[in-house]
Design a protein around this ligand. Structure first.
Ligand code: ATP
Ligand code: MG
Length: 456
């Protein structure tokens, strides 16, 4: 059976062109040039896929999206967004769009995307995961609006409503735990338990009894019956963190849980059904571990149905500013210090660094700077020197001085005033506030330096 597609665009020529290409691909295609018309067509027939332009007069793409979500949750939607407007793409994904295409697009790209979406839709429904979850998605705790992060949001939104296992991979500190929680929070299981198990934190036999629970007398210290974490997670989500550290012996047992959705407590031969959604994360290369027989291939494929690869921070440096602002605010709120912002020089250092420790390291640097600083604005001197030494950038003024001649107090004061003025874009009132001095005093200092400069 050919898949049916509805193309919605107020530009008739664009809509017809797209329809023609998709018809040649073998799909059944209809066109609507208005959002309201699209909804009317949707009431008459059901579509597998709706491709809609976002920007249309009156009834926009988001309205179309929401209307179809209500009418037929099985219909998936791809939105077409303007180049560079990632915010609107994120908004569309949060509203439940399955994917987005950025204008201007190539026909080949759209053909691929359409085929991929329909294929994934089929895969998800085969995995018992109908796309009938029509919630909106929120990524409030996750910062980033780069194309790489947008891809992550897209996958999170796509898999949140289903029960497929998700494997989250990425370097240390890239946000694997955060993403796992976001999947749970955006899932229909969000009100049910969310159980996190760090597989690296326990020796083998302890991990087994933590996961599966035990019966009284099963081993020396088993004084009572005890539920395991898999049972605690019933109805909810179980996040197996550091899955690469799970011993082989337990991997077999986990596989059985995934296949049969039931467990046996240690020392019992009675099976207990457990309706649990599994998420797993690791910073190890599981593919290589499979080759070297450190990780079971069958379990790998079972967990690997959907994979999210979190990019290291150095691959989406555009997000550093947003992240810095976010962590800055968080840390300032915690300390209740009166710190007003970050100087451009300090920000430049943060933005230029390679961040081997990724987002966690960035967060630590900001938190530490705010805890220790006495400045009203974070300066390069508040940032650990490894960050600029590693990059061989110009060291900030303060350190250069430490190596050479020492500056007078007057010079340091003037240097600081200049930096604050730069930060306030020359606004003296704001600068005086930040410096904690009277406005008139600042005028006087500036006037005096200017005069001194002219006299020399
Ligand atoms: N995109 C993001 N937006 C905001 N905070 C983030 C983001 N990514 C990570 N963080 C923060 O960075 C820290 C590290 O994230 P997290 O613990 O999820 O990393 P991880 O990938 O699990 O690391 P590890 O492999 O070391 O366990 C956390 O405090 C988390 O809240
Ligand atoms: Mg982690």
């Amino acid at each position: 059976m050919k898949s049916s597609i509805l193309v919605v665009d107020d530009d008739l020529v664009a809509a017809e062109l797209l329809a023609e290409v998709l018809t040649k691909e073998g799909y059944r295609v209809k066109i609507a040039t208005q959002g309201s018309e699209a909804v009317r067509l949707g009431e008459e027939t059901s579509f597998d896929l709706v491709i809609t332009d976002l920007k249309m007069p009156d009834f926009g793409g988001l309205d179309v999206l929401n209307a179809f979500k209500r009418m037929n949750p099985q219909t998936i939607t791809i939105v077409i967004t303007a180049f560079g407007s990632f915010e609107t793409a994120i908004e569309a994904i949060q509203n439940g769009a399955y994917d987005y295409i950025v204008k201007p697009f190539k026909m080949d790209e759209i053909k691929q995307k359409v085929a991929g979406c329909l294929e994934q839709k089929a895969l998800l429904s085969k995995n018992n995961s109908p796309l009938s979850y029509t919630g909106n998605f929120s990524f409030k705790t996750i910062i980033g609006s780069s194309p790489k992060m947008l891809e992550i949001y897209k996958t999170v939104a796509r898999v949140a409503g289903s029960d497929v296992p998700v494997l989250i991979m990425g370097e240390s500190g890239t946000g694997k735990e955060l993403i796992a929680k976001a999947i749970h929070d955006n899932s229909p299981r969000s009100k049910e338990p969310y159980i996190v198990i760090n597989c690296a934190a326990f020796p083998e036999n302890l991990l087994e009894s933590e996961l599966f629970g035990y019966m009284k007398g099963a081993f020396t210290n088993a004084l009572t019956d005890k539920k395991g974490l898999f049972e605690e997670a019933r109805g909810g989500t179980c996040f197996l963190d550091e899955i690469g550290d799970m011993p082989l012996n337990l991997q077999v047992k986990l596989l059985r849980v995934l296949q049969k959705s039931e467990i046996r407590r240690i020392g019992s031969n009675q099976s207990i059904p457990v309706d649990v959604r599994f998420l797993a994360a690791t910073n190890k290369d599981l593919g290589t571990m499979v080759k070297t027989k450190q990780f079971r291939e069958d379990l790998f494929y079972r967990l690997h149905v959907v994979t999210i690869n979190l990019p290291p921070l150095r691959e989406h440096p555009e997000d550093i500013h947003l992240l810095v602002d976010f962590f800055f605010q968080k840390a300032v709120n915690k300390t209740r210090k009166d710190i007003q912002g970050i100087s451009k020089e300090a920000m430049d250092i943060l933005a230029g660094y390679q961040w081997p420790g990724n987002i966690r390291q960035l967060e630590n640097v900001i938190e530490r700077a705010i805890a220790l600083t006495n400045n009203k604005v974070l300066l390069p001197s508040d940032i650990p020197s490894e960050l600029y030494e590693a990059k061989e950038t110009q060291p900030p003024q303060e350190d250069a001085d430490a190596a050479g001649s020492l500056r007078t107090l007057e010079e340091i004061k003037m240097g600081y005033i200049e930096q604050v003025l730069k930060h306030t874009n020359g606004n003296q009132n704001m600068a005086a506030d930040i410096l904690g001095i009277d406005r008139k005093t600042l005028y006087r200092i500036l006037k005096k330096t200017k005069k001194d400069g002219e006299e020399e």
